[in-house]
Ligand binder design. Structure first.
Ligand SMILES: [Fe+2]
Ligand SMILES: [Fe+2]
Length: 214
């Protein structure tokens, strides 16, 4: 009988552990009130993922027909200014530093890997820009555009998964609600160095229309 009780207690404790872990997943980061800073980053990821899907569609079209409207130059503009300057600067100039100052040494390896991804991503975007200019002037650089776009798409998709599922649940464990609010204030300061304004959200619509009308 006593053994049975022990089993039940074990079961309850296992169920509680599962519930606690579920609360610490990516889904929990969508709780805007408790995790306002994580919420901002996750929302920005959703916009970036949408443009990665559009870029992928653009590459599919380019295999068989011409893609008009400076599609690749506009995509490079979005990734350089919104994904990198506006979004990655919140991570590099604020979040990673604050996590290190909080003594989250166990996150050092993942942060180093994420920083490296940002650097590699910048290189891909420069190439998309460079070949986008050459494409516009009539050069046949289709395979170069597809190669660099696909490299960037898979890098950034993987990168976002690492953050959404690896770093952000940790961030939610480490920071209190008050500290999350402080992060939001600091994010607003670095936002001034990028442009997340309606200009870039309109650019998303424009890119979507180019692939739709092609
Ligand atoms: Fe990042
Ligand atoms: Fe990110």
């Amino acid at each position: 009988m006593e053994e049975e009780f022990e089993d039940i207690e074990e079961l309850i404790s296992a169920a509680e552990t599962v519930e606690r872990e579920a609360q610490n997943t990516y889904e929990a980061t969508k709780d805007k009130k408790r995790f306002p800073a994580t919420h901002i980053l996750v929302e920005e990821h959703n916009i970036i993922k949408e443009v990665l899907d559009i870029l992928e569609k653009g590459c599919e079209i380019l295999k068989s027909e011409e893609l008009k409207g400076d599609f690749f130059l506009k995509a490079a503009d979005f990734f350089r200014n919104y994904a990198d300057k506006y979004h990655h600067s919140k991570e590099e100039d604020v979040l990673f530093d604050v996590l290190m100052k909080k003594g989250a040494q166990h996150l050092l390896d993942i942060i180093e890997a994420l920083k490296k991804d940002h650097v590699i991503g910048r290189d891909y975007v420069s190439k998309i820009q460079e070949f986008g200019v050459r494409y516009r002037s009539g050069e046949n650089v289709v395979s170069e555009l597809i190669h660099n776009s696909k490299g960037y798409i898979s890098l950034l998709r993987e990168h976002i998964i690492k953050e959404d599922e690896g770093l952000f649940p940790e961030m939610d464990r480490v920071f209190t609600e008050k500290e999350q609010k402080d992060l939001v204030r600091w994010f607003e300061e670095v936002e001034l160095s990028g442009d997340g304004s309606s200009k870039y959200l309109n650019l998303v619509k424009e890119l979507k229309n180019i692939v739709k009308s092609n």
